[in-house]
Write a protein that binds this ligand. Structure first.
Ligand SMILES: C[S@@+](CC[C@H](N)C(=O)[O-])C[C@H]1O[C@@H](n2cnc3c(N)ncnc32)[C@H](O)[C@@H]1O
Length: 187
């Protein structure tokens, strides 16, 4: 659930960096819907790329088991520093990096495979090559039966998902500014 501090941090960061793509963090409706796709009854390794001020990260943290791990990869320095200041939990690893480097980060942590990758990065702002690689790299770290969850303002990323995954479910969250398209991809 987002709090006033997260929203304030978000607006301040947006003012400096329009590439973060939205003026406000995702809504609590979106957070609930996306977290509902995660099986919190078991130990998981979850990677979140583009956590921003952490609306999903905090909700995941509140629900995940003591044996789970959460890896956050954020390319905006202000958000990275905000997350470092506000998350103090041995299950969380925060990186100031680009989602493209996801496999190296996972390897560096000595983690074999990942259960869930959540991508909140604005794919409309990145080029074809990068979109393709980020989806391929996400699939590369997922265990068999693992899930890639992508939330976006536009359906543009679907064609990339189709190239890598057999099953793609599409959903929507209208109670968000702007409304979100949510893709859930697995094999
Ligand atoms: C639309 S915001 C979503 C923020 C947050 N997850 C939320 O829902 O409120 C996109 C975030 O992705 C980050 N981002 C953009 N491109 C990225 C990349 N290639 N790797 C990692 N983070 C990226 C931005 O800095 C920003 O924090």
């Amino acid at each position: 659930m987002k709090n006033i501090g997260q929203t304030f941090q978000y607006i301040r960061t947006y003012w400096k960096d329009r590439k973060i793509a939205s003026v406000t963090p995702s809504s609590s409706f979106a957070v609930r819907k996306i977290c509902g796709k995660i099986d919190f009854t078991r130990d998981n390794v979850i990677v979140e790329c583009g956590p921003g001020s952490g609306v999903f990260s905090f909700a995941i943290l509140n629900q995940m088991s003591p044996g789970s791990k959460l890896i956050l990869i954020e390319s905006n320095r202000d958000f990275y520093e905000y997350l470092r200041r506000h998350i103090n939990d041995a299950r969380v690893f925060v990186f100031y990096d680009n989602a493209i480097n996801l496999p190296c980060i996972v390897k560096q942590l000595g983690i074999g495979v990942v259960d869930y990758v959540i991508l909140g990065i604005p794919f409309s702002f990145t080029d074809h090559e990068l979109n393709h690689k980020i989806i391929a790299h996400s699939k590369g770290v997922l265990r068999k039966g693992g899930k890639l969850i992508v939330y976006q303002f536009s359906p543009r990323i679907k064609k990339y998902l189709k190239q890598h995954f057999e099953e793609i479910h599409t959903g929507f969250e209208l109670f968000n500014v702007p409304p979100l398209i949510i893709f859930e991809a697995s094999d």
